[in-house]
Design a protein around this ligand. Structure first.
Ligand SMILES: [Zn+2]
Length: 162
């Protein structure tokens, strides 16, 4: 099960109350709260913002595989530049390329400005057509965690409040 506080996959979770919010957390996070008592359930009101945020987070799913797996391949950050450069080197207009890969020009133009991320199918079509690589190996654990913003956890929210 997933710890509702730190998001880690814990083998066993404890029900505790943290800042008035009932959560199921791992043993490590349990020390931030008091054990939940069934007798003291508060009347149902609007959910605290913390709970709402955690629910949103839960819907996004588990932490990505890169945290547990070794190397994975991800779309390169500069995919837009790679596509545009390769296309221009081949003397193709956006329209030319769009026709070749059977996509709409508006889609291609959004991808080249980085407004849209191509899906797997489109990535492979672009790679094939332009003879480029759009994917990069992502290094395991530490590096992957440090790149990009980390989602906010309840622990962060409590730290901010204090
Ligand atoms: Zn935890």
């Amino acid at each position: 099960m997933i710890c509702e506080m730190c998001g880690r996959d814990a083998t066993f979770c404890k029900k505790v109350t943290i800042e008035g919010v009932h959560l199921e957390v791992c043993a490590e996070c349990a020390r931030f709260g008091t054990e939940a008592q069934k007798a003291t359930t508060k009347p149902e009101g609007p959910k605290p913002i913390i709970t709402q945020r955690l629910e949103v987070r839960e819907k996004r799913g588990k932490p990505r595989d890169i945290y547990v797996a070794g190397e994975t391949e991800e779309l390169a950050d500069d995919f837009a530049n790679r596509i545009r450069d390769a296309r221009q080197k081949r003397g193709m207009s956006q329209k030319d390329l769009a026709m070749r890969i059977n996509e709409r020009v508006t889609v291609l133009s959004k991808i080249e400005t980085g407004d849209m991320r191509p899906d797997e199918r489109l990535i492979s079509k672009l790679q094939k057509e332009l003879g480029i690589t759009l994917k990069e190996k992502v290094a395991p654990i530490q590096m992957a965690k440090e790149s990009g913003p980390r989602p906010l956890t309840l622990a962060d929210l409590i730290k901010i409040k204090k």
